[in-house]
Design a protein around this ligand. Structure first.
Ligand SMILES: Cc1cc2nc3c(=O)[nH]c(=O)nc-3n(C[C@H](O)[C@H](O)[C@H](O)COP(=O)(O)O)c2cc1C
Length: 357
């Protein structure tokens, strides 16, 4: 049985965390992952499209409505997961300035935990990401008795996060799906460098889908792994079935070229599966199109791909390079069991194969 300090810190069986994938829901997925011995994470939801559009046009007038919309979604998701697992789970908050709802969310979460002892027991962790980890209101998370991890793409950001007092750091390499760094550093280089730079535990993400990935992460000094794209292709993931199918077809669809592309649009660098949407977004950004046009185009695509429309050509399909290694949609429990079984086999076989007596 593989045990690391992450298992102890989070109170879980296995050192496997499900990465959050907002603005999409990972509510059922989080419960499934936690029930399977991993650590499930509720994603930071987006506001309903109509509300977000109104708030973009006229922030002062619609800010309150946006905050209430996101608060209701987070509250419902947390209670849903609490009702569907006896195990610990977490929540992600993207703490960039584009998310003015975060201070209200932090207060609401603390209140909900105080009102509901079961939620207090199970909601152990908030993972902050995509912004300054030193913001004052984030201190309330640990003061209320929760753990806080912060996600980083570089050694510089890891040091900053450690200085802000987080309990652990999630380091994700450029292979990852969704938001990636402006200055690319890949997992193979990033993880050992971050482990060397900080004293708190480090969790490795970006391109990990199997037991070999877990063993490699442990060999680099990480305390566990953080898996996003592999869990999109899971039975319990709430994303549109057509979008999950696109992920597992990536290697067949792109036999001669990489299946993903990074765009630098209005929302910063994002790794997507290649489709009509991401290629056009790439062209717009490369041709120096108007920022307003890019924002409009990018925003319109965000809900189309993984959301209820399942428009896999004209919608965003954020996914990591590891999509090319996936060929089956599996139950979350099977994904976790396979990772653990393979990692244990590898750990046992490596000395026999490579260490001389
Ligand atoms: C569809 C999608 C949405 C994501 N949304 C978020 C998010 O809301 N917050 C965040 O911190 N990271 C987000 N990420 C990044 C993941 O949390 C994680 O770092 C990444 O998936 C790990 O790499 P992998 O996809 O290769 O496993 C997203 C990734 C994907 C694929």
């Amino acid at each position: 049985m593989i045990k690391t300090e992450l298992c102890q810190l989070l109170g879980v069986q296995y050192p496997i965390m499900q990465a959050p994938m907002g603005p999409y829901d990972t509510t059922e997925l989080a419960a499934a992952v936690s029930n399977a011995g991993g650590f499930g994470v509720v994603s930071h939801p987006g506001a309903a499209k109509e509300v977000a559009l109104k708030a973009l046009d006229s922030p002062a007038e619609y800010l309150e409505e946006l905050i209430e919309d996101v608060k209701a979604k987070v509250r419902n998701a947390l209670h849903w997961v609490k009702e569907h697992t006896d195990c610990p789970f977490g929540l992600n908050l993207r703490v960039a300035p584009e998310h003015p709802e975060v201070p209200n969310l932090v207060d609401m979460i603390i209140e909900e935990r105080e009102k509901d002892q079961d939620l207090k027991k199970k909601l152990r962790l908030i993972i902050t990401s995509a912004g300054d980890p030193g913001q004052l209101h984030l201190k309330k998370i640990q003061e209320a008795g929760m753990l806080r991890f912060h996600t980083v793409p570089s050694v510089y950001h890891a040091r900053k996060a450690e200085q802000s007092g987080v309990d652990a750091i999630v380091a994700t390499g450029y292979e990852a799906g969704g938001h990636v760094a402006y200055q690319p550093v890949h997992t193979f280089v990033l993880i050992p460098a971050v482990v060397e730079a900080v004293k708190v535990p480090v969790i490795a993400g970006g391109g990990i889908c199997d037991g070999a990935g877990l063993v490699a992460a442990l060999a680099f000094g990480a305390a566990g792994i953080y898996i996003g794209t592999r869990f999109i292709a899971s039975k319990e993931c709430e994303f549109h079935p057509r979008s999950k199918e696109e992920i597992i077809q990536a290697s067949k669809k792109f036999p001669k070229e990489a299946s993903t592309i990074v765009t630098e649009g209005f929302f910063g660098p994002l790794r997507h599966l290649k489709n009509a949407y991401s290629r056009k977004l790439y062209e717009l950004t490369q041709s120096g199109a108007d920022r307003g046009e890019i924002l409009q185009y990018e925003f319109n695509g965000i809900y189309l791909g993984f959301g209820p429309e399942g428009n896999v050509e004209n919608g965003a399909l954020w996914a990591g390079q590891v999509a090319e290694r996936l060929d089956k949609i599996l139950p979350a429990k099977e994904i976790i069991d396979r990772v653990m079984k393979e990692a244990e086999e590898k750990l046992r076989s490596l000395p026999q194969r490579f260490l001389s007596p």
